[in-house]
Design a protein around this ligand. Sequence first.
Ligand SMILES: CC(C)(COP(=O)(O)OP(=O)(O)OC[C@H]1O[C@@H](n2cnc3c(N)ncnc32)[C@H](O)[C@@H]1OP(=O)(O)O)[C@@H](O)C(=O)NCCC(=O)NCCS
Length: 249
Amino acid sequence: MTDFTVSTLDRRPELRDRIDQLSAGSWPRFLLHGNVSRWHLLFDAFPRYQILLCGPAGELIAAGHTVPLVWDGSPSDLPSTIDDVLLRAESDAERGRKPDSLSALAAMVDAGHRGCGLSGILVEEMRALARCLSCGSLIAPVRPTWKSRYPLAPFERYVDWERADGSPFDPWIRVHRRLGAVPLCVAPNTLTVEGSVGEWEEWTGMEFPETGPYIVPGALQPVSIDRERDLGRYEDPNLWMLHPIEPEP
Ligand SMILES: CC(C)(COP(=O)(O)OP(=O)(O)OC[C@H]1O[C@@H](n2cnc3c(N)ncnc32)[C@H](O)[C@@H]1OP(=O)(O)O)[C@@H](O)C(=O)NCCC(=O)NCCS
């Protein structure tokens, strides 16, 4: 396992640009063009909740984005989209409401440090932060990492796939389950990406000669291309998972 120290963005503000680089290397390009208008809040309003794992020279090797919010514990009160998670956190903070939950938004491990178990450390640190804030829940809109290999499988069915030993088929769902999370419900569209056909061609390096659905690397389900309207549209589904957090002894 790589040597690392744990920090947060309020303590290491100089790593802000490195987080953007980590992000650019973590997501398919089209995903960076989704309908998320409040992402800046992570850095401007909630730096204390951005977990950073740093290597021996202080360099950023992994980051976990979270925000505190109020959630009544029911699936129907979960925010529908990534932007709604940020909106809820912002409005709770503005109204001075004491958060009872921490919501994860993303976890990213630098490509050179993947496959060493750092993702589980990030989730453990998110759980520890929730406990430290006296939050009873860590909730996470989980984007299953292998779903893009099976873009035609219905998402609701994919998230229930299991390995022979009964553990979740998807590695990222497995990490959460192993650390104590339970599935809550499917969020069918946490982020929408819309762009012209030309933009989609630029983002994906593909061509889309006809109107219809296309399988695109990194997309969890097909991208719908409409040449007549010059519009490509994609919806990113996630699985909401809940980590119940025991209070500090
Ligand atoms: C998803 C991500 C955070 C995983 O980080 P990681 O530190 O490489 O993962 P870990 O080493 O902790 O492994 C986690 C699980 O994935 C499996 N895994 C990791 N890399 C794998 C690979 N290349 N092939 C197959 N399985 C792999 C591991 O075996 C492990 O499962 P297991 O312990 O049950 O076998 C990382 O790949 C990443 O940053 N991806 C881009 C961003 C992303 O998709 N984030 C998740 C959605 S928010």
